[in-house]
Design a protein around this ligand. Structure first.
Ligand code: TPP
Ligand code: MG
Length: 722
């Protein structure tokens, strides 16, 4: 028997009802105490069972909630319609919330998660998470604090969605509950998200979020100094701070109710520090004895929240035998459920596992694009040819007009209209509720996008430069891309993240404004990466991304080559050959554009800035008698493999023209796709150097140049120096 189990049974027998001063009214309220006890005891027994299952090789997760069961009080003080994003020790919260909804099966849900069973209601065996759509519990990843930006984003988006009269899954007076540990409270993601909540509330906007710090005094083996959480969060501007001791439920109950009420009534953030203890080490594998004294571990037993609740039950008239009977009955119920689940299936194939990753319905997407095209306003005079920036601006304008769920936001995108003018006039046209500036924090921007998607909006956030995505990248990789995977697609975060990037800005920037690192995007499962090189493609591809977000909850990065934003000319000054008229043709995800017939001597495969560079090289070589086809990938993920292969086969020779780095650059994927598809003709690749980009003209030494492209073509066609 687990020592904690034994201790509870023994201590229960010695609890004396007479020692307790019964708060007025509590003695009559025994049903409430029983409710609390049952939720807490269920969570406790599930922890014991988790470890037994693990020892038997049937369970795969032993991080428990023992000692944290006072979080059930938070569930009991909130509603089943309040979205909750939970700490991995919020098991009793989950059980208590489920008990508020008749027909719920919290014991089965948790056991299925521990056992990795395919019928688990949220992640379907992909991960052990707390989550359930009907309980408004949104599953979280294991990355400490990574759910805080989303939680804050959801609190902000909730109001925006209702104000815009969007169909929102959560009621207008909902409170977002976000729980996390004490060590997590120091993570920069947490501090940033809490700061975002406060800075936004400071501006007078509603931010209905309850932060719950389950403070057990440890992050695995590292102690959190006593008093630190209060020192850090006890006196922050606009943050109501409430402290409650989980081993004193009678006092904790009104304190928690007060915190919830502040958030619900005043629509502003509150921080609940819930004092807990951690029983059984960090996880089953954690030998706590290696960093704590046995007497310290023993001393924690005195603060067992389950025992505290039992004391109050005794005070309310229950006998120790009644309580023990209920305690044992719960264990029996769990054992019976384990037996029922014994032969239930686990995930059995890659296809089954990956099904929720990126469902794609191209026909539905195309139909939605057609609707978007139809809803464009009639023009009295035809629109003139546009630059890339003008085209993106015009298309955002159309998308905002066509669908009131669309919102556009980021640093400087509102009043200023973006550093490069790409969002110019949109705020004036569509209002500050839909086009707005955010704080200077990419995690907050993406967090708002994640929350907005959950609230029923279609967010189009902007990250000002590709280099500045990287400090927030986990919000994309760990949070956004995984949500459908860990929720069987029940929760998703449709989003189109516009990112200005890539090199060749003449006379400006250095590395951070000319970052060409996209490898970090291309390996995120399910993520679409679009990279338009020209105005008409930009419009069509943006419509496709937004349509896919709408119909399939697709998550896309829309990578905009800064150096092409205002480019008008292609071959020579004044030719205006890089301007383009908008048209009604659709550009589906994963389809390339070809310049040439395929009867040429070779195919140059490129994207972004590489496209006009390749076209210029092709023009120069044409006069020397070498004809070259140019294929613009347009989509960097998924790569347009069919089009790549067809173009390669048509000419028989391939030069991959890749402005990203030689190592990890997009070209590696293109070459690999050709080899894997069995293309047997010659393939060459030119790419930028494995370097950061220096300031000014020195950039030309590390970025791929037209001279290099030209030389490679000549070599490949046997016309150059051998
Ligand atoms: C970003 C990140 N870094 C490290 C870890 C590994 N890790 C898992 S739990 C944990 C300690 C968390 O402590 P706390 O927030 O106090 O929660 P507790 O487990 O004590 O409830 C660490 C370091 C992680 N999951 N995520
Ligand atoms: Mg802790």
């Amino acid at each position: 028997m687990d020592p904690l189990d034994r201790h509870f049974r023994v201590a229960l027998a010695h609890l004396s009802a007479s020692q307790l001063a019964i708060a007025a009214g509590d003695a009559d309220n025994s049903a409430w105490w029983w409710e609390l006890f049952e939720a807490q005891a269920t969570s406790r027994h599930l922890d014991f069972v988790a470890r037994e299952l693990q020892q038997q090789g049937r369970g795969f997760y032993t991080i428990g909630s023992s000692g944290h069961e006072s979080n059930a009080l938070v569930a009991m003080a909130t509603r089943v319609t309040d979205p909750a994003l939970l700490h991995y020790r919020s098991g009793a919260f989950y059980v208590a919330r489920a008990r508020q909804l008749p027909g719920s099966t919290p014991i089965r849900d948790v056991l299925q998660g521990l056992m990795g069973l395919a019928d688990e209601p949220i992640a379907g065996g992909r991960h052990k998470v707390y989550g359930h759509p009907e309980l408004a519990v949104i599953p979280q990843t294991s990355t400490i604090a990574s759910h805080l930006p989303r939680s804050v984003g959801l609190a902000l988006a909730l109001h925006r969605a209702h104000r815009l009269k969007i169909d929102c899954e959560w009621p207008e007076d909902a409170v977002v509950v976000c729980s996390f540990g004490d060590a997590s409270a120091n993570h920069s993601t947490a501090t940033g998200a809490i700061n975002t909540a406060l800075a936004t509330a400071f501006r007078g906007l509603p931010v209905p979020i309850l932060f719950v710090c389950e403070d057990n005094g440890f992050g695995i083996s590292v102690p959190t100094p006593s008093g630190w959480i209060e020192a850090a969060y006890g006196s922050r501007p606009g943050l109501t701070y409430v402290s409650a001791d989980g081993s004193d439920p009678a006092a904790a109950r009104p304190a928690i109710a007060e915190a919830v009420e502040v958030v619900r009534e005043q629509r502003r953030p509150a921080f609940l520090r819930l004092r807990t203890v951690r029983f059984g080490g960090h996880a089953g594998s954690d030998a706590e004895i290696s960093y704590r004294k046995p007497r310290e571990i023993e001393a924690d037993y005195a603060r067992d929240p389950l025992l505290s609740t039992a004391s109050w039950l005794r005070a309310a008239g229950a006998s120790a035998a009644d309580i023990l009977e209920r305690y044992q009955a719960i264990r029996q119920q769990i054992d019976e459920e384990v037996a029922r689940l014994a032969d239930d299936p686990r995930l059995g194939s890659a296809a089954e596992i990956m099904a929720p990753l990126a469902p794609r319905h191209p026909i539905r997407v195309a139909a939605r694009v057609s609707e978007l095209l139809k809803s464009r306003p009639e023009r009295s005079i035809p629109a003139p040819p546009r630059t890339l920036a003008e085209s993106i601006n015009g298309t955002l304008d159309e998308l905002l007009a066509a669908d009131r769920r669309v919102i556009v936001f980021g640093e400087d995108v509102g009043v200023k209209g973006g550093v490069y003018g790409v969002t110019a006039r949109l705020a004036r046209q569509h209002g500050a509720a839909r086009v707005f500036d955010t704080l200077l924090d990419e995690q907050a921007i993406l967090g708002l996008g994640l929350g907005a998607g959950l609230a029923g909006l279609i967010p189009i956030p902007e990250v000002q430069y590709l280099a500045y995505l990287h400090n927030a990248e986990d919000q994309l990789r760990g949070e956004a891309a995984t949500l459908p995977f860990f929720s069987r697609g029940r929760f998703s975060n449709p989003m189109v993240i516009r990112i200005a990037g890539l090199g060749y800005q003449k006379g400006f920037g250095g590395h951070f404004h000319n970052d060409n690192a996209v490898a970090v995007l291309r390996d995120i499962p399910g993520l679409v990466v679009a990279c338009p090189a020209r105005a008409d493609d930009a419009a069509a591809m943006l419509r496709t991304c937004v349509a896919a977000a709408t119909t399939d909850s697709t998550l896309s990065v829309f990578l905009e080559p800064i150096a092409l934003y205002h480019r008008r000319d292609l071959y020579e000054a004044g030719d205006q050959a890089w301007l383009a008229l908008d048209h009604d043709d659709q550009v589906p995800i994963g389809r390339a554009r070809s310049y040439g017939s395929g009867s040429e001597a070779l195919t140059m495969i490129s994207f972004g800035n590489g496209v006009p560079m390749s076209l210029r090289v092709a023009r120069r070589l044409a006069s020397a008698g070498i004809a070259a086809q140019v294929l613009d990938l347009r989509w960097l993920a998924p790569l347009p493999v069919e089009d790549i292969l067809a173009a390669a086969l048509s000419t028989g020779k391939v030069l991959v023209v890749d402005e990203t780095r030689h190592s990890g650059g997009v070209g590696e994927g293109v070459v690999t796709a050709l080899v894997e598809a069995g293309f047997s003709g010659p393939i060459q690749r030119v790419a930028s150097q494995d370097s950061f980009v220096p300031l000014g003209a020195a950039a030309e030494h590390v970025l791929l140049s037209e001279d290099e492209i030209e030389k490679a073509v000549l070599t490949l066609t046997g016309m150059g120096e051998q």
